[in-house]
Design a protein around this ligand. Structure first.
Ligand SMILES: [Zn+2]
Ligand SMILES: [Zn+2]
Ligand SMILES: [Zn+2]
Length: 298
């Protein structure tokens, strides 16, 4: 298990996302009154950007899809199950908040879901009114899926953070936003007859955004899982933002760099005299895939 209190390593992944189509980010069309214009998210200076949370969502759900496929194939990493729960369904989460009606009086084995129940874990970690925080953390970790361990859950802090991706080539764009026609469906009436006309802003194709991902205390293979998603972005197979089925959101990733700070170069880095070690993304992926291919026959 990873320690959340100690520094083990910090990884930086940086790249440029170059949009090949327009980009639409960050508006809730169901809340918009008819005839209004949906803006793209901008900085206070009026420069469009992609919120880190939006990129993280795209990368997490892609990584979850890969993990579910690996799990179906019985693929492990050195015997460790690779899997993803459904974080959107309370009952399908890897660790659930409460298990059954006997949960409050649980003596440690109240129902088939007792093991993965957070409330029951707290009870199991409490003896003679003494609460063992480490035991609870360990149990949550053991029951958590690969995706929650990396991207976080209500019980585990995320080890992956995406910074807001800023526009890096504003001077080479003729305009920062374009306005398009959109048609929304009235969610309350749920009928195509009740369409709402609105305009929406997009960032034009050719826009480039600087992406930075910081990963704390991760094993190289976990960074490799992230790189699989970035690899799909690189090839232009993973859209970002909204309205992606209608065209916007498709880009390609260029200039991907991965750097790592470990205990061996931490002090130099903190002093400002050392640089993080550069690690080739393709080598990380190669090492991950080699283990996976070997592991599939185990
Ligand atoms: Zn319970
Ligand atoms: Zn229980
Ligand atoms: Zn999970």
């Amino acid at each position: 298990m990873h320690s959340f209190w100690n520094f083990e390593s910090r990884w930086f992944c940086a790249a440029i996302l170059r949009m090949k189509t327009a980009l639409s980010v960050g508006s809730q069309e169901s809340l918009m009154p008819a005839g209004s214009k949906l803006p793209v998210i901008k900085t206070p200076e009026g420069i469009p950007f992609i919120p880190g949370s939006s990129l993280k969502g795209v990368v997490r759900s892609y990584t979850e899809r890969i993990l579910r496929t690996m799990d179906r194939l019985g693929q492990t990493y050195w015997g460790e199950r690779l899997w993803a729960c459904d974080p959107l369904d309370e009952r399908e989460r890897c660790v659930i908040a409460t298990c059954c009606e006997r949960c409050e009086d649980c003596k440690g084995n109240c129902c088939p879901d007792c093991g993965r129940c957070k409330n029951c874990m707290v009870k199991r970690a409490t003896h003679n009114n003494r609460f063992d925080d480490e035991k609870l953390t360990q149990e949550i970790w053991n029951y958590s899926c690969t995706a929650c361990r990396l991207f976080g859950s209500p019980w585990i802090a995320s080890r992956v953070s995406f910074q807001d991706a800023m526009l890096t080539n504003r001077d080479s764009l003729l305009r920062l936003v374009e306005v398009r026609d959109g048609v929304g469906i009235d969610r309350d009436l749920g009928s195509a007859k009740h369409r709402i006309k609105y305009d929406f802003e997009t960032v034009p194709s050719g826009a480039e955004f600087g992406i930075t991902v910081v990963v704390e205390n991760a094993e190289e293979w976990e960074v490799g899982l992230l790189l699989l998603a970035l690899e799909a972005m690189r090839k232009g197979e993973l859209p970002v933002g909204g309205k992606t089925t209608r065209g916007p959101g498709w880009g390609e990733l260029v200039d991907l760099r991965v750097q790592r700070i470990g205990q061996e170069n931490l002090l130099d880095y903190l002093k400002g005299t050392g640089q993080p070690a550069k690690i080739s993304p393709s080598e990380i992926l190669h090492r991950l895939v080699t283990v996976l291919q070997g592991g599939s026959h185990a």
